[in-house]
Design a protein around this ligand. Structure first.
Ligand SMILES: [Zn+2]
Length: 424
């Protein structure tokens, strides 16, 4: 198998070679899984080991539920080969274990080094890490190792205070930041308020929250970041299970997964592959994973593939923003949308204090009730219904509530704000 020694981006190979490389690695994966993964040993049955890449669609998909229910059976190495164990929240309420070998960790470093390089980062960069690398969080560790692998320098300040990050920016002038965009936006505000120059930062790699909409325009959060750091913001998408990250290239128009690490499909609800441009579930087959390889893993994240080839010259697909979780998908009279489509509109209205959404209904159509508290004005005077309709073409029932009531509901169950209540 390939070693992850260099930071070679195989996505620049001609299409036919990319196809052949993926097909070769897929066949290796099938052979490996049949031999080593108890789960796939059972479920792959008599699947041919000379499968064509196009025939990946004939393999069964793997759900989060499968992974949770048969967790131990997905581990494809003996215990003494496991180098790192992390946990995801899972679907059964019991944390789901994800295991990585030493080589899997090298694969992750390689993945993120390739991603950072695509985003224009070089060995000269000094990177402020504002994400945690412990707490069983693999992405933070992978990003850190990717920075080191690239040859750049990392400052692991993690989930530290604004003051502490600002102090580092003042004293060390980092050229890049990796972290959660809403936090980095707050950091931008903090720097501006305190008269600290943050213009040394030329690359911001954002994890976990979408910066662009279905139409690929910036979300309000993306705009805040873009105002502080024009041209610096790059999205990346990853999850513990798929052990693969998709980082935007200099075009900043969808993230590329390295072609030698994953085969990506977008599936409809019945599991059929959708063409580029159509919205469906991001489904990933991991290539070159040893610890816990996954075949056609349905991530539960809803997104789409950009239809055109990327002008950067990579022959890998581009994944657009994650529009929401499958579990939060709303279906209203034939239209599919996500709570964020409403929330982005409300985020843009300065008089809005707080909000939450309740969804009820049967399996055919959902009923949406939106509860909004205001700092001033009324729902009518602020034309909230019109603004929501203009963006989403859907009439939601909107109710004005007091600031206290909204606060109690949104922060009633957890320290993190909860704005989506599913009563279906
Ligand atoms: Zn590109």
């Amino acid at each position: 198998m390939q070693r992850f020694n260099s930071v070679t981006d195989y996505s620049f190979l001609p299409y036919e070679q990319v196809h052949d490389l993926q097909e070769k690695l897929l066949r290796k994966l099938i052979v490996y899984c049949k031999q080593h993964s108890p789960y796939y040993g059972r479920t792959l049955g008599d699947c041919p080991t000379n499968l064509k890449l196009e025939d990946i669609k004939t393999l069964p998909t793997t759900s989060k539920d499968d992974l949770a229910k048969h967790n131990q059976d997905f581990i494809a190495v003996p215990p003494n080969r496991i180098a790192d164990i992390c946990f995801t929240s899972g679907t059964t309420g019991i944390p789901c274990k994800i295991t990585y070998t030493k080589r899997d960790l090298e694969r992750l470093s390689y993945n993120d080094a390739v991603g950072f390089k695509a985003a224009g980062m070089t060995p000269d960069d000094v990177v402020l890490m504002t994400c945690t690398i412990d707490r069983c969080f693999i992405a933070g560790l992978a990003y850190y190792q990717g920075v080191v692998k690239l040859g750049a320098a990392a400052i692991r300040n993690g989930l530290n205070t604004m003051d502490s990050h600002a102090e580092i920016i003042k004293s060390t002038m980092p050229t890049a930041i990796v972290g959660v965009p809403s936090f980095i936006a707050k950091l931008g505000q903090f720097l501006a308020m305190n008269g600290i120059d943050g213009s040394c930062i030329k690359h911001i790699v954002c994890i976990g929250e979408a910066l662009r909409t279905r139409e690929m325009s910036l979300t309000p959060l993306g705009e805040v970041l873009e105002n502080f750091w024009p041209g610096a913001v790059f999205s990346t998408y990853a999850s513990s299970e798929i052990a693969t990250s998709f980082t935007e290239c200099e075009q900043r128009h969808g993230g590329h997964p390295p072609v030698d690490l994953a085969v990506v499909e977008i599936l409809d609800e019945q599991g059929n592959p959708l063409p580029p441009g159509s919205v469906g579930e991001v489904t990933v087959t991991t290539l070159q994973v040893e610890g816990m390889p996954l075949i056609r893993f349905r991530t539960g994240d809803i997104g789409f593939q950009l239809p055109e080839p990327c002008p950067c010259g990579r022959h890998s697909l581009r994944l657009g923003p994650i529009l929401g979780r499958k579990a939060q998908m709303l279906k209203v009279r034939g239209t599919t949308l996500f709570p964020n489509a409403f929330f982005h509109v409300l985020d843009d209205i300065p008089q809005v204090d707080n909000y939450y959404l309740e969804v009820t209904g049967d399996s055919l159509s959902d009923e949406i009730d939106l509860y909004v508290s205001l700092k001033e004005g009324t729902l009518e005077s602020l034309r909230i219904q019109d603004k929501l309709y203009a963006r989403n073409r859907i009439h939601a029932r909107i109710h004005q509530v007091s600031q206290e009531q909204a606060q109690k509901k949104v922060f009633g169950t957890s320290r993190k704000p909860v704005r989506f209540f599913d009563l279906r």
